[in-house]
Design a protein around this ligand. Structure first.
Ligand code: SF4
Length: 714
């Protein structure tokens, strides 16, 4: 058994359709996009405009043709006016009110006796929806409306306001966020009227916003007469709320607003917009407006046009008035000609186009969070956090994911952009990376994120080459962020690095990743998908150094056979490194090949010296550190402050050998010799790692780097 849904109108019908799908799927129906295959066709009607009603009447012939071929049950729900019911019943086998959805199985059973009885479904809100999207969801919080705006059918078709229990709403939101949904819209005909005992809409919004997770929150629709100071306060502090407000004005003339029974003035509306913009940074505002309401004079329409100019809307949904039977306005003469209504709509649309374009222009050059909705022919399509359409070229499909996008161009109805550019400066130890990165940061307005696995630790300065004076006024990040007594992994670093990148982009500056820890740089540039290591795995990590090479190999064979088969079995350090990846990340080295390209455009520049020159630089630097800069004293201090010799051993190089020297295991001359050769070996291993990454572009000096960066930044 298959069902097919036809949805007219707004997000309420979309939300209804997801609950309808929940009910009929429970009855055993499967969804089909092909109406010819359907045994059950459900139409959700919209009575706001006559065109939708005419299209529903137009379905009659199609249904008749289908019914000649096979038995089909046709059902109508949504917004249906009583006055349309008689005619609609000629087209449909069954018509039910939205709130009667739980009775739908029984109603269908009366027509098709083969349908098995369903258990009790509770009330409308108890029904579990079948969301259409895996990342966006509408969550109804209130149905119906008590406002009786003169032109509107909703109070007649959807009934009076009925708020959903707050606990049920919170449960649905928590579940969606747990399942990874990225955008939640709380919907109701007038969300501002929400009330569950002492919970108002403002307090409900605050409670939803307090659910932790990575998601955006929005709401629709608000009535200007009910938008409270409390709500504005919550909006100003909410963490997840989209800076977007849909506030229907309908008209900008007080007399017309009165005739529409809107119960606010243009002045009140403008004051609300000003307050909302004051409360929420970069707020985008949209509206609904009706032109040609009965008796609307040219002067009165001009007041709406003036209001449009004052508000500078980002978007507006414009409608030419048409009477809806049963409403108060339908009793008035529809006395503005079609031609004049068209002219007024055209004028408003022109004002809107200009304001939307002007607002969009302000976003050019800025980096915005974007939720990607679809991917087609090398382009991602999505919406910015303030609800603007945006398109950008991408080799990856990021549908359902948040990305940052730099806005490069704009139109009235949308934006185009590109993935943000990130510079990476990498290379061996003693290659002068930091010096180069600092010069480049000065030139290209950058901020530096250190990619050095040991510079993250506080108090480890001389041994890690952490010369903070070198940075001057250039902001730097991920230095001194961890306690050397505790383990800080590549997973911790990657998470913090992505956060820092986004913060720097939001400041409009160029993120520059600088460091020689190959695993750290690669984890970022190639998007390693880490899972957190378990406690047991972390404990194993500490034991690795004490194992023999053959014990290490046995371990690797068990954990990661593909890597075991190809690894140099005499290279103890490489074996340990492969194991470290597993014990730090919870995934083996070979599994790391499952990468997801991060949503940034990277330029990786590498810097190094000829092998012999590098060796000399390493030696000179070591002697300086030992004899002029106080490296031994630094490590003594670390040990005094509680960093054990075992922990110093884990840090490797300077910390390992000086630790051994301080314990009397080696004499000073042995220390210099062994450490110098260990650093040279380390530089060699670094080069081996980097050489495998063909995306690194090697440069000799600042001039060459500058040229490449200029062409990269465009
Ligand atoms: S507030 Fe007015 S326009 Fe909105 S649903 Fe209620 S009656 Fe209709």
């Amino acid at each position: 058994m298959k069902y097919h849904l036809i949805i007219f109108g707004c997000q309420f019908n979309i939300s209804d359709s997801q609950r309808v799908a929940g009910v009929v799927q429970k009855m055993g129906y499967e969804k089909t996009a092909d109406i010819n295959q359907a045994d059950l066709i459900i139409v959700l009607a919209c009575s706001v405009r006559q065109t939708a009603i005419d299209r529903i009447h137009g379905l009659k012939h199609r249904f008749n043709r289908l019914k000649k071929k096979r038995p089909v049950i046709t059902v109508l729900s949504g917004c249906v006016l009583d006055s349309d019911l008689e005619k609609m019943s000629e087209t449909f086998d069954l018509i039910y009110k939205s709130e009667d959805l739980p009775k739908l199985p029984e109603l269908i059973r009366k027509i098709d006796k083969k349908i098995k009885p369903s258990g009790s479904l509770g009330n409308y809100f108890d029904i579990h929806p079948q969301y259409d999207s895996t990342f966006q969801a509408y969550v109804p919080i209130i149905t119906g409306c008590n406002n009786f705006c003169a032109y509107c059918v909703v109070p007649y078709t959807r009934g009076r306001e009925k708020s959903r229990p707050a606990e049920q709403i919170l449960k649905e939101c928590r579940e969606l966020i747990r399942r990874g949904y990225k955008e939640i819209t709380l919907i109701g005909q007038n969300v501002n009227s929400y009330r569950d005992k002492n919970i108002t809409f403002a307090s409900l919004l605050k409670k939803v916003d307090e659910i932790s997770g990575e998601y955006w929150l929005s709401f629709a629709t608000s009535h200007p007469k009910d938008l409270s100071e409390d709500l504005l306060r919550v909006m100003s502090k909410a963490k997840h709320l989209m800076p977007y407000l849909h506030l229907p004005v309908q008209a900008g003339d007080d007399e017309i607003l009165r005739a529409m029974n809107r119960r606010y003035t243009a002045k009140h509306y403008l004051a609300l917009i000003a307050k909302a913009r004051g409360a929420v940074k970069n707020l985008a505002v949209s509206t609904d407006a009706i032109v040609g309401f009965p008796n609307e004079s040219v002067l009165q329409f001009n007041n709406t046009a003036k209001l449009f100019k004052k508000v500078d809307y980002d978007m507006a949904y414009l409608a030419q008035y048409s009477p809806r039977a049963g409403t108060k306005a339908a009793m008035l003469a529809d006395n503005v000609s079609i031609k004049e209504k068209r002219r007024r709509e055209f004028l408003l649309n022109n004002i809107l186009k200009k304001s939307a374009h002007k607002n969009n222009q302000k976003m050019v050059g800025q980096v915005w969070p974007v939720l990607v909705h679809s991917y087609k022919a090398g382009y991602c399509y999505g919406r910015t956090k303030n609800n603007k359409n945006i398109k950008f070229a991408s080799s990856m499909d990021y549908t359902g994911k948040f990305v940052r996008v730099k806005v490069t161009d704009c139109y009235a109805w949308g934006l185009s952009g590109e993935l943000p550019k990130i510079l990476v400066i990498t290379g061996t130890t003693a290659s002068g990376k930091t010096k180069l990165a600092v010069r480049l940061a000065r030139k290209f307005k950058g901020e530096i994120i250190s990619a050095d696995s040991r510079q993250v630790y506080k108090g480890m300065d001389i041994g890690t080459g952490k010369d903070l004076k070198e940075y001057g006024k250039i902001p730097y990040h991920l230095i001194d962020v961890a306690d050397p007594k505790k383990v800080f992994t590549v997973v911790d670093w990657q998470k913090m690095a992505y956060e820092k990148i986004n913060e720097i982009l939001e400041r409009g500056r160029l993120p520059i990743i600088c460091g020689g820890s190959g695993l750290y740089v690669s984890s970022l540039v190639h998007g390693y998908q880490f899972t957190e290591a378990t406690k047991d795995q972390r404990a194993e990590l500490k034991k690795l150094e004490s194992l023999t090479t053959s014990q290490l190999l046995q371990k690797l064979k068990k954990i990661d056979e593909p890597t075991y088969l190809i690894i140099d079995k005499n290279n103890r350090r490489r074996i340990i490194r492969a194991l470290i990846i597993y014990f730090q990340t919870g995934k083996s080295k070979s599994e790391q090949l499952a990468k997801i390209k991060p949503p940034y455009d990277f330029l990786q520049l590498g810097i190094t010296f000829e092998r012999e020159i590098l060796k000399q630089r390493i030696k000179k630097r070591l002697i300086d550190r030992l004899e002029k800069e106080g490296l031994v004293a630094e490590i003594k201090r670390l040990h005094k402050n509680g960093v054990s010799y075992k922990r110093l051993e884990e840090f490797g190089l300077e910390y390992r050998y000086i630790g051994r020297y301080l314990q009397g295991k080696i004499i000073y001359d042995e220390l210099v010799l062994q450490l110098n050769s260990a650093i040279a070996d380390f530089a060699k291993r670094q080069m081996t790692w980097f050489k495998k990454d063909f995306t690194i572009d090697w440069v000799k000096d600042f001039g060459e780097a500058e040229k490449k960066i200029k062409s990269f930044l465009g």
